[in-house]
Unconditional design. Sequence first.
Length: 367
Amino acid sequence: MKKASNINKSKKNKNKKQVVDDRFNFDQDYFLGLSDSENNKKHKKNQNDKKSKREKNNTYNATNKQKGNNSKNKKSSSNTKKLSNKEADILRQKETLSKNIATGKIKNKQLVQNEKKKIRRQKILKFILLGFIIIGILIFLFISPVFNITEIEVKGNNKVSSDRIESVSEIKKYKNIFLFRKSNANSKILNAEPYIESAKILRNFPNKITIEVTERTPALQIKLDDSTYVYVDNQGYILEYAKDKLDVPVITSAKTDFTTLRAEDSTSRLCEDDLNSLGNILKIISMMKDYELYSYIDGFDIGDSDDIKLKLNKEQQNKTVYFGDCSDLNTRVLYLIEILKDTKGEKGQIFINGDLNEDYIYFREDV
């Protein structure tokens, strides 16, 4: 019962509120003291005013929205400007990357690895194929009779015969041109023949061998006690023992022990003292050739390495010239020329072995 009474009270309160509101609702009520037509006009005017207010509100809201959109657009444009300034390079890079990926210039890691594997396989196959080709070529070169030696030519030899050089080289005809080592053949020639200073072996394909040699020539001869002559080149190598005298200067009083040296050994050479004397002798010979006096030389005595003796021939009455240690050799030879002019036809000894600034240079005639 209490609940029903509460409901009725709430309804009565609502009705009272409606009555109060309706009192102040001028849209529905008519003004007192005005006719119906005037009330209708007033009513229409109120409705028109409300519509105009609504339209103004709508236009105001629309303009505000437009302004907001414009400001947003301005902000977005400024942001894009900032982006274009800061991130233009990144965007370009992304574009180029996408283009390269699309065209196949840039590939992912898996594709790159696969391509590397393919390249490795191709290289391995190429090496294998190349190896088979090389093996095939070598087999052909070593087996084919086209490359069998049919001719051996020797050049540059005068003293040593071609047959001798061919024999000591141990290069055989009718054997494959590739089946010998040039270095071995070269060393065999040099070791067997002291007259050979150098040798060069050439393969002339398909079947010819050329051996080019450079021979040593005797520059001096050393006379031994048993009237044997030892031929020596300008480097002191012993070339040959012979009984025949050559048309070269003769050296006497050498200190080398020739009993232990064999001419067949290409390493046989004069001892150190004789090599030092040989150096001075070669200087004297060169200077005498410059002044056209070489034809007067008969030989040298090197018993005293500090005082080389030059022996002149019969044309100069077998004079002996003492050159000393051969220092300032050009001046000594000039003195010799003057003394030879003054002592023409006289036999004796010429002393140019002292100190050119202090000692006398003189000629002593034989009695």
